[in-house]
Design a protein around this ligand. Structure first.
Ligand SMILES: [Zn+2]
Length: 212
């Protein structure tokens, strides 16, 4: 597999890098100024640059398990996602933040699973516990469904909403949203259909992003 990647890199150098040299040189020498921060899952099956037909330098991409944004916390710790959001908002001064969840998300599946394995070496349960309220609410709202594993889509979309809510707990995000210099957007990507849905707060529902 590593040989394929090295081969791919060779092709990148001789094709993409050469064809886009002016842009890449400008970015490399003058710095970045993306207008959008894009928070999404680490999942390998999609790429925000490809989905939005963007170029290097256009999106400040933050990827983590399940596209979760933790709430603002003053306690010390390794707040990787919070640090990246801070850099995007306070230093790059992005105009928009998109949080995009997706179908068949392994992180959300683990949140819904009833088989919680006690593993002192695992970081995933503690990370996903940010969204434990989502699990409880989704189960509460769908009492007729006997197994929570059947509720991934509702839960995946609710996780995006939670991340949007949590973003607003960061004082410098809240301030900019209220001043209308920063807009927050919730998206949901269906891996099979390729459709992107967008969260509409007016109706508390998701609609195709292409539907105005
Ligand atoms: Zn995922």
């Amino acid at each position: 597999m590593i040989d394929n990647l090295i081969q791919g890199y060779e092709e990148y150098r001789s094709q993409y890098f050469r064809d886009n040299y002016d842009l890449l040189y400008k970015l490399g020498t003058e710095g970045q100024s993306p207008k959008t921060a894009f928070i999404t899952c680490c999942d390998s099956r999609f790429n925000p640059l490809i989905i939005t037909n963007s170029d290097p330098g256009d999106l400040f991409i933050i990827r983590n398990v399940a596209a979760l944004v933790p709430p603002f916390q003053k306690v010390s710790g390794c707040h990787g996602t919070s640090a990246a959001v801070e850099y995007a908002v306070r230093h790059l001064e992005v105009d928009d933040i998109i949080v995009m969840g997706h179908s068949d998300c392994g992180g959300v599946k683990s949140l819904l699973s009833d088989e919680q394995v006690e593993d002192p070496d695992s970081f995933i349960p503690a990370w996903m516990s940010i969204a434990k309220k989502v699990r409880e609410n989704t189960l509460h709202d769908n009492p007729s469904v006997d197994t929570p594993e059947r509720l991934p889509c509702a839960c995946e979309q609710a996780v995006v909403k939670l991340s949007l809510e949590n973003l607003k707990t960061f004082p410098w995000v809240k301030e900019r949203v209220e001043a209308k210099t920063l807009s927050l957007h919730g998206w949901y990507y269906d891996l099979v259909s390729g459709e992107v849905l967008s969260y509409r707060s007016e109706t508390d529902s998701y609609k195709p992003v292409l539907c105005k």
